[in-house]
Ligand binder design. Sequence first.
Ligand code: IPM
Ligand code: MG
Length: 358
Amino acid sequence: MKKYNIALIKGDGIGPEIIDEAVKVLDAVAADEDFDFSYEELLMGGCAYDMTGDPLPKETIEGAFDSDAVLFGAIGGEKWDNLPREKRPESGLLRFRKELGVFANLRPAVVYDELINASSLKPEIVKGVDLMVVRELIGGIYFGEPKGREGDKAYNTMVYSKMEIERIAHVAFDIASKRGKRVLSVDKANVLDVSQLWREVVEEVAKEYPDVSLSHMYVDNAAMQLIRDPKQFDVILTGNIFGDILSDEASMLSGSIGLLPSASVGSKIGVYEPIHGSAPDIAGQGIANPIATIASASMMLRFALDENRAANRIDSAIKQALSEGYRTKDLADFDAKEICSTSEMGSIIANYAAKCKL
Ligand code: IPM
Ligand code: MG
């Protein structure tokens, strides 16, 4: 029997609750597949700072490298907001991504037919939306030097090298060639030098993919087009900060940020995590939506472990739970037949996934 070693980083806020539900679903699926999981919990974020004085202890990096994949909840909270930047939970996450080398963040935004009324946009605008944001994750203005503060000024630098743009562009074109065969690269080339280079390099990479079309859009227009006509998009390729913003925007097409998973890949070990944050205001109340994390576990099965059938079983269990009308509180107003807690939702999906034979 194959045994996969999964590193669990529960983190802060609702992180522990949602990871527990994803584990429940993974175990339910593994019960009748030819593999099994062992889990190792690692510390990151505010809880790690509280226990060790460091939001990213070195054991966490080592543990991640010893695993087959990392399943991550969320980090951060007001409690740590006044710490110096390098002690803050977010710094732990950014360093973690950088240390692991996961330069490609894949953020699919899919609108479930069952939740068509949950979107803040009209049903006819969002029905059938199925797009993928490919966000560069370990470069750009998040990491560029120089950065800092001097007197009454503060500055950050948006910098990309040709190599960094090439490798993320390849990821986007590879994905597009297995989907709708369209890449839209988002930049601000009318203003930024770094975006001009981005455009040139993406054009070069595109030549290697003759069956994938490439177009470009400025980020301000892309933000507008995403809510005007989101169905026009297939794969959106963009840099770190634009991708951060556009992927939050794209998440609202689906009705709740509690639905969207992500995968951070590009190196030996991938990190699978919901795109939402730690929501400290609702932590511990059992009302968080675990679906984004459960869907992230499914992406982990697919991308990291190549267990496609198991991933399909989870995806169809999520759909089934939604079409039967089960809703967590965030979606309570949208065609709900029964409102359930975080752990009830996890159990319902685990049950459906266990029964689902594909
Ligand atoms: C995300 C988050 C992070 C980011 C924060 C928590 C540092 O917003 O994963 O999108 O900006 O990358
Ligand atoms: Mg974000």
